[in-house]
Design a protein around this ligand. Structure first.
Ligand SMILES: Cc1cc2nc3c(=O)[nH]c(=O)nc-3n(C[C@H](O)[C@H](O)[C@H](O)COP(=O)(O)O)c2cc1C
Length: 362
């Protein structure tokens, strides 16, 4: 059976839910850490819509950089329900251990180590997935971090460094031996970056090789695919990244499908409008108007990408109008207009309904 085959009727999942230390997850659907995406407003939204665990954006292991506004916002977990999972990135075992200790002191309930990120900025410093090349260093880092904190430590990896060195199974065994309590595996090696398709054979091999919970990650963008990947790999949960951008409903859809073996209807337009507007307001509140308005633009682009009412030309026109709006009020009015003209909505009508300063003319 391949995860790419058409969906079959499957029985609801009967295995115990995954545990990370003392935390039993409420379901099998996890939000992947994504720098620039999984900020506090997005995590709160995904959790509300069914994510069983959310992981924050990676934080550098160098505490001398934590004073910047960007780092402070990344590290802000104020008011979030537990367990709070904080991901750290770096290449030096002592520094990572100290970063883990400080984050645990500040309230992190799970420390996640990033050995999956292919970004140059991270990898030039031999961090992220570049670490997978050096298994001795991997072991040193994992042991140091686990020894430094009382909270559970998890690890996120790729299947390996390159096609010839898919050492994911060896790294997974190292991780289990070092006391790592759950492992997320993105089904691509580092050299693939985000190209090609994720493969799930290595994830299945990793799951078979270790006893700790394994989260399957990569290209899972629907409830049916989540079910198939879990069946194929035997993984304990799926981890969703890009599939949640503009589609935070994916968590409850996957959870429902796994529990009941049938799809949940997609959100109606009323709910889409409420969620989108609420998300934008949360961004404006969290970042302040100037920065929040800019960050909202990329999220709107993702929401529009999944909105079947528009074709590509319509989406482009709507994005252009939205990107020209410079205030929180104007962005909220735009959302109201976007859904007001249903069912004969045309992108030009939204644009026409906005005055040049972005307020609502209607
Ligand atoms: C914009 C973006 C930012 C990301 N940032 C991180 C990160 O901070 N830490 C990390 O471990 N992985 C990061 N990733 C990788 C994702 O967690 C995930 O492994 C990858 O996107 C594959 O899953 P997907 O196909 O569900 O998106 C990032 C991915 C994207 C697209």
């Amino acid at each position: 059976m391949s995860p790419f085959e058409p969906p079959t009727v499957t029985m609801p999942e009967s295995r115990p839910l995954p545990r990370i230390g003392r935390h039993t997850l409420p379901n099998r659907v996890v939000l992947a850490p994504m720098a620039g995406v999984t900020d506090r407003p997005f995590r709160a939204l995904c959790r509300r819509l069914g994510a069983g665990l959310v992981v924050g954006e990676m934080v550098t292991s160098d505490p001398s950089l934590w004073h910047t506004r960007k780092s402070r916002l990344r590290m802000d977990h104020h008011g979030e329900p537990g367990p709070r999972a904080v991901q750290i990135a770096g290449g030096d075992a002592r520094m990572l251990a100290e970063a883990a200790r400080l984050n645990a002191e500040m309230g992190a309930e799970i420390i996640d180590i990033n050995m999956g990120c292919p970004a140059k900025k991270v990898c030039n410093k031999a961090a992220g997935s570049a670490l997978l090349r050096d298994e001795a260093l991997v072991a040193e880092i994992l042991e140091a971090v686990v020894a430094a904190v009382a909270v559970p430590v998890t690890l996120k990896i790729r299947t390996g460094w390159c096609a010839e060195s898919n050492n994911g199974v060896r790294v997974a065994r190292l991780a289990e031996d070092a006391g790592i309590q759950a492992l997320a595996v993105h089904g691509r090696h580092r050299q693939q970056r985000y190209g090609g398709q994720a493969e799930y054979d290595t994830i299945a091999a990793i799951k078979a090789a270790v006893d700790i919970p394994v989260f399957a990650n990569g290209d899972i963008d629907s409830a049916e695919k989540a079910r198939r990947v879990l069946d194929y790999t035997g993984a304990d949960a799926v981890m969703i990244g890009r599939g949640a951008q503009g589609n935070p409903w994916i968590f409850r859809e996957i959870d429902h499908h796994l529990r009941h073996g049938r799809p949940l209807p997609p959100p109606d337009d009323d709910e889409r409008a409420r969620v989108l507007r609420g998300h934008l307001v949360a961004l404006h509140d969290f970042y302040g108007e100037h920065m929040g308005v800019r960050i909202a633009r990329k999220h709107l682009g993702w929401y529009l990408a999944g909105d079947a009412r528009f074709d590509d030309t319509g989406r482009r026109a709507l994005r252009a109008t939205f990107n020209g709006l410079d205030s929180a009020d104007a962005q909220c009015h735009f959302i109201d207009e976007l859904f007001r003209h249903e069912p004969d909505m045309a992108p030009s009508r939204v644009a026409q309904a906005m005055t040049p300063d972005g307020t609502c003319a209607a």
